[in-house]
Design a protein. Sequence first.
Length: 257
Amino acid sequence: MIFADAVLARRLEAAEAANARGCSAGPGAGILEVSGGCAIFVGADSPLTQAVGLGLNGPVREAEIEAIEAFFRSRGAKVTVDLCPLADPGLLQALAGRGYRATEFNNVLVKRLAGTEIVLTPRVRHAIAGEDDRWSHTVGCGFFEQRDLTAEEMDVGRAIFAMSGALCYLAVSAGGEPAGGAAMAVRDGLATLFADSTIARFRGAGLHRELISARLNEGIAQGCDLATASTLPGSGSQRNYERQGFEVVYTKVTLVG
């Protein structure tokens, strides 16, 4: 069992914030460093546009919250805060007092990599340079549950593909079609697994399991001691991670103001 204390939370959320910063290099993107975390703007309607890692090093001042709100609203985006339950409790109270509402929960899972064996993943490979659109379309089709994607939906994947330090993966069907994708980043011995997606008609064939294993293999090869991922509570993704030895360490809430 892994004890979910403030030290672990700071490590996980620091990696999350670093990954978010890595998505802010595109045209029109922006970043605000605030309260030990950051606010990221990638697009007004992008799921990557949010504030992460706030309040883990102490109280968040009212002026800092106002700066976050101005950062998003001046760009035409709603104010979205991804809040860790181990953040300073005054932050939740302050956001509630400003009318923020909960819109989503996500479970954060962790796995110790000591003793983990390398597993063969024949249907998964690295996405290579020039495959940004193929990877973005594959992941987007699974995430948005549709075949035809808007330019904005494609841009979500492109921002991840271009993220500094990111490794992207493609999974293929028995017929060789792109069927799923995922990404990971390694920072300070922590492998963060994210952007998991399998196209609906290819689900149930074990592709997500292979995508997880391929990234764990990479984490082991790079000397990581921990791997982490976030999933919707009770989802098939959570079940697949738990089957591979991950355990929930805390649940985050997304607050929108």
